[in-house]
Structure formats: structure tokens, C-alpha cells
Design a protein. Structure first.
Length: 616
């Protein structure tokens, strides 16, 4: 996982570096006094023509044509940013025998850093490392346009300094005519300054990278702006759906309540368990303590545990609890073994780290009494929510997963019955061939299959189950990666789905569980660029509004779930830090899926905090 974080940070640093360089290269430098042109002694019989600025696509070609026609050699102190824009003109200068030195990186005052940028630009184009370096001076032709007057003001000691955008071609003729018997040499040769040497590999690479950033930075900014706009629109759309459809979902449940209230069939609870010794006793005893008017049997399938999970359950000696032992074959195989051993047609599938409330079983199976309902999703709650990390996951469950279930329930296309708690009709599972092992998200895969078979899948938020979430970044990353990759697998497997699942369910997952987290980093980068690089503080205002909208949505989700608003103070920090992990998980999942790389099931260590948290 560390390598992925390093790759993400390096990529982010490179992107921000490229944007910063583009902003520096294209910004207009602050006006400041420039040094006057300096006269330098040159050997007798020689004349030096020095041109500052450029290369300029309009003036430099004409100047080079004139120099070639008069067979005059000159020295050019080029502007680094102009070199990146017009590299062919610099190559022509060198090819025609002129000396090339570096001046400012941008037209105006220079700095040591700008000098390094200019040398790198020159190294990438020619490629040479020039020993000639001068600031951009204040020359006479900046104020006078007449060639005779320019020559009179600049010809000091037979060193004529000009800007490429002045009347330089005319001055070239005057100088050549005034000194017909003199030899025109470069400034380096005339003064004995260090000449040019071949640029090193590192400097050439740096120059190419900086040139790319300057030339394409504008496109990167435009792409970031478009992606940020898409992210904002998707977030706004999701918020509108949450505020509207979650309320609709509650109204639909009230309409169905009359039918649900009398449905209390005997229930078989299947608990697949692999090394769940930390939580299995609390999980099983909470199920046995259910206040359900009909029989509740518990089938614990020990999937090759090595920590004594099965022995702990058998040691409880509880009536109605059976243990099925098998060699480790994976969670889908354990679920299917438990379903086959179960005696009742109303099945509740639950993870081995999950603790039920006394009325959870009754509430989760009631909707099975409705016509056509084949499966019911319960409400998964975070048990170990103490500390900032636990609160972040608590907010994620309430404002993410559970609120999504409210929306998708209202749309009639719920795609996932969570492994922590779900009720199924045996007939629905039999029709789809049980729990498939073809994806890492067997719960999503089975739910989509049941929906495609024509069964209704609904959400019952009153059926609450308390589960232990990872307490460290590594465990969380592994869990979320499995979920994300498994969801992508299920979406692809059921891509041909029709009806509401095909039109709405898969579209919702694609937009808000793939595209939105995939593009959301663009908004963060764009805000950083605007606020701290491009001198646009309004970007922080836009991000603050975006965060406020998400916070309101999270608060609404907490209220819908009957939760306190107190953890909401950690939400802004979650958006700054925690969700970056979500971005990385989605990116890695998508890349892995596109490469077709097989991924194994990755279990997460348990601590037993679920029991402690639910009792406290």
C-alpha cells in the first residue's frame, strides 16, 4: 500500500509543479528598474552585435535573414519562456553560427532561479549549456525607433546592444556599412567569456519537462476546470437526490408497514466465520437473544479457522445453535454450506463480527411478507466509532452507504444487500444458484442477480446490526479495495441488466461510486492551484461552498438514521484526509480491473471492539 501512496504523492507533486511552472512562465512580471547597457572593451578590428529578448516569431526571422545576408555574426541573449515557445528559432541561431546566451526567463527582471530555468530551456532545445548570461538591460532602442539615432546611442566601443523587437534589421545595415573592414564576432569570443558546452542529461530532461509544462499547462488547467465542474454537478445531483428520494423511501416504508407487521416466519441465521474468535461469541449470543415470536436457529459455518472460532461457539452450549466445520474454501462457499444446512425458508445472512439488537431479526424479515420481495437489506452501524478514525467511518456509513440505500430503495434498484445483515427468501437464492464466488463482492453480485430474476429488494433501516470496522489505515485500505474491486466486477458481470437495475442502479453506481471518486481529486487540485498558485482566492470560497453542501447532506443522513449530529464536526477533516484513501482505492481497483489482474480475498484483523462498543 505504501508504494501506492508514494505514487499518488509523486504524481500530485509533479502535477502541481507543472501547474506552478506554467503559472510562473505565463505571468507578467512586476515592473522594476532594469540595468543600463554596459559597454565592454573588445579587441581592435572587431565589432560585437548583441540582441536581447526573444526569440520573437515576427522579428527574429527577419533579423536572422538580415544577418545572413550581410554575413554578420551576432550574440543573442534569449528569454527562457520564449525559447520554450519557439525552439526552432533558437536552433536556427545556433545553426547559422551565432552565439546564444541566456537572459531572463520572462521578459523583465531576472533572478537566479529564472536563470536556471532559461539554461534548462536552452539545454532542451539546442542542447548546450551556455556560459553567457546577462540580465535584460535598458537599451536605447526601447525609446527610439530611428536606426541612425539607435546606432548613435548604442555604438559604444564597437559593442552594439539592441532588442530583437526594435528596428534591428535597419541597424544591422548601418553597422555593417560603418565597419566594412571589421570582423563581427560574438560577445563571448570578444571578451573571453566562457563559451557553450554540451548540456548534461539531467539539465536536458529538466528543460524538456519545464517546456512541456509551459506549453501544455494551459490545457491542464482547462481540463482540471472541466473535471471540477463535472464533480460539482455530480455532487449537487447526488445531494438533490439524497434530500428528495431519501424522504420518499421513508414514505414508502410507512405505506408498507401494515403488511409487514404480521410477517414473522421462523428464521435461519447463517454466520460464515473465518478466524472470528474476537467477535463470534458476542455475535452468536446477540442473535440467540433476539425477541422474535417464531423460532430462530443459528448456523455457524467455520471456514477452516485456526483460532478456535468453532470451539468457542460449541463451548457456549446454546440451544438452536449449530456449528458446521469445513476446510477453508472462502466466504461464498461457507454461506452456501450454511444455507444448505439451514432448516427454514427465511434466511438471514450475517458476518461473524456483527452484533444484533434484540428486534433486528424480526425487523429484517418482515418485508419478506410483501409480494415479490426476495431480499431485504438491514442497517449496518459502526460499533467501534470512538476516536476520529472511527467517527470518519461512522460518517461514511451513514452519509454514504446507508443514504445510498435510501435513494436506491426509493428508485427500486437496490444493488447491494450488505454482508453484515441481509434477509433472503430461500426461493430467491435458489433461483440464482446461491451465493456466487465469481466476484469479491458476493453480496452485491447476489443482490443484482436476485433483482434481475424479477424479485424486489428493499431496505429496512430499523433492522440495525453493529459491526466492527478496521482500526488502522492498512486494514481499511484492504477492505475498501476489496469492496471497490468487487463492485466493479459485479457491475461488469450484470452489465446486461434490464429494468430499473439496468437503467438506474448500474448508472447510479457508475456515476457516484466510480466516476465521482475518480474525478473528485481534480477539484482538490484545482482549488489548490487557484488559491495558492494562480492567485485566485475565490477558489477557496468555491471549495468551502462545496464542503458546506456535503456537510448539510451528511447531517441530513445522520438525522434520517436517528444519529446524533455531534460527530459532524469531524466531517471537514474527513473530506481533507480520509477521502483521499477512497480516491486511491477506486483508481487502483479500476486499473486492476482494466488489466484483468486476479485479486484474492483479503481478510481484516478483528479486535473484539464491536461487543465493547455496543455495550457502552
Amino acid at each position: 500500500m505504501r508504494s501506492h501512496w508514494v505514487s499518488l504523492l509523486v504524481g500530485l507533486a509533479l502535477l502541481l509543479g507543472a501547474l506552478s511552472f506554467h503559472a510562473h512562465a505565463t505571468a507578467v512580471p512586476a515592473a522594476s528598474p532594469r540595468p543600463s547597457a554596459v559597454a565592454e572593451p573588445v579587441p581592435a578590428g572587431t565589432v560585437v552585435l548583441v540582441f536581447h529578448g526573444g526569440p520573437d516569431p515576427r522579428y527574429t526571422p527577419r533579423l536572422l535573414d538580415k544577418l545572413a545576408a550581410r554575413k554578420v555574426r551576432a550574440t543573442f541573449f534569449v528569454v527562457g519562456s520564449a525559447v520554450n515557445r519557439h525552439p526552432d528559432l533558437v536552433r536556427r541561431m545556433v545553426a547559422e553560427g551565432h552565439e546564444v546566451g541566456v537572459g531572463a526567463f520572462r521578459a523583465g527582471p531576472d533572478s537566479s532561479l529564472d536563470g536556471a530555468f532559461s539554461r534548462a530551456a536552452l539545454a532542451a532545445v539546442v542542447p548546450v549549456h551556455s556560459g553567457l548570461s546577462e540580465p535584460d538591460p535598458d537599451t536605447a532602442d526601447a525609446k527610439v525607433r530611428d536606426p541612425e539615432a539607435i546606432l548613435a546611442a548604442t555604438d559604444v566601443g564597437r559593442v552594439v546592444r539592441l532588442h530583437v523587437t526594435s528596428s534591428a534589421p535597419g541597424v544591422v545595415d548601418l553597422v555593417a556599412d560603418r565597419y566594412p573592414a571589421h570582423r563581427f564576432v560574438g560577445l563571448g569570443e570578444a571578451t573571453g567569456r566562457a563559451g557553450s558546452v554540451e548540456a548534461g542529461f539531467g539539465q536536458r530532461v529538466t528543460g524538456h519537462a519545464l517546456g512541456f509544462a509551459q506549453r501544455h499547462g494551459g490545457t491542464m488547467v482547462l481540463v482540471l476546470g472541466v473535471l471540477s465542474a463535472i464533480v460539482a454537478l455530480l455532487a449537487l445531483l447526488r445531494t438533490i437526490m439524497q434530500l428528495g428520494l431519501a424522504h420518499t423511501s421513508r414514505r414508502l416504508r410507512r405505506l408498507d408497514a401494515v403488511v409487514e407487521v404480521d410477517h414473522a416466519p421462523p428464521v435461519s441465521v447463517v454466520v460464515p466465520a473465518y478466524n472470528e474468535s474476537a467477535n463470534i461469541v458476542a455475535a452468536v449470543t446477540s442473535i440467540v437473544a433476539s425477541r422474535h415470536p417464531a423460532e430462530v436457529e443459528v448456523v455457524v459455518v467455520d471456514d477452516g479457522s485456526t483460532d478456535g472460532t468453532a470451539d468457542l461457539v460449541e463451548g457456549l452450549g446454546l440451544t438452536g445453535v449449530r456449528v458446521v466445520r469445513q476446510a477453508n474454501a472462502g466466504k461464498p462457499a461457507a454461506l452456501n454450506a450454511g444455507i444448505a444446512a439451514a432448516r427454514h425458508d427465511a434466511l438471514v445472512l450475517v458476518d461473524g463480527d456483527t452484533v444484533f439488537e434484540p428486534d433486528t431479526v424480526s425487523k429484517v424479515v418482515r418485508p419478506l411478507g410483501l409480494d415479490g420481495v426476495g431480499a431485504v437489506s438491514g442497517n449496518v452501524k459502526v460499533a467501534n466509532r470512538r476516536g476520529v478514525f472511527g467517527r470518519w467511518q461512522h460518517l461514511e456509513y451513514c452519509a454514504g452507504s446507508n443514504l445510498d440505500r435510501q435513494i436506491l430503495n426509493a428508485l427500486g434498484c437496490l444493488p447491494t444487500i450488505p454482508g453484515a445483515i441481509g434477509a433472503f427468501r430461500r426461493a430467491a437464492l435458489d433461483e440464482v444458484g446461491g451465493i456466487s464466488a465469481e466476484t469479491l463482492a458476493e453480496d452485491t453480485d447476489a443482490t443484482m442477480a436476485i433483482t434481475r430474476a424479477g424479485w424486489r429488494v428493499v431496505y429496512e433501516p430499523g433492522a440495525r446490526a453493529w459491526t466492527e470496522v478496521p482500526t488502522g489505515v492498512r486494514g481499511l485500505y484492504r477492505q475498501r479495495y476489496r469492496w471497490s474491486y468487487g463492485t466493479l466486477q459485479s457491475m461488469w458481470k450484470h452489465r446486461a441488466a434490464r429494468g430499473r437495475m439496468g437503467r438506474l442502479g448500474l448508472a447510479y453506481l457508475l456515476l457516484f461510486h466510480v466516476v465521482l471518486p475518480l474525478l473528485a481529486p481534480a477539484l482538490d487540485v484545482y482549488v489548490v492551484y487557484g488559491a495558492f498558485i494562480a492567485d485566485a482566492p475565490w477558489a477557496l470560497v468555491v471549495w468551502a461552498l462545496f464542503l458546506a453542501m456535503q456537510t448539510v447532506s451528511a447531517g441530513y443522513a445522520l438525522r434520517l438514521d436517528g444519529e446524533s449530529l455531534r460527530p459532524l464536526w469531524t466531517f471537514p477533516l474527513q473530506q481533507l484526509a480520509y477521502r483521499q484513501l477512497t480516491y486511491l482505492v477506486v483508481v487502483k481497483s479500476l486499473v486492476t480491473a482494466l488489466h484483468g489482474t486476479p485479486v484474492r480475498w483479503q481478510s481484516v484483523g478483528r479486535t473484539g471492539l464491536a461487543e465493547v462498543a455496543t455495550r457502552s
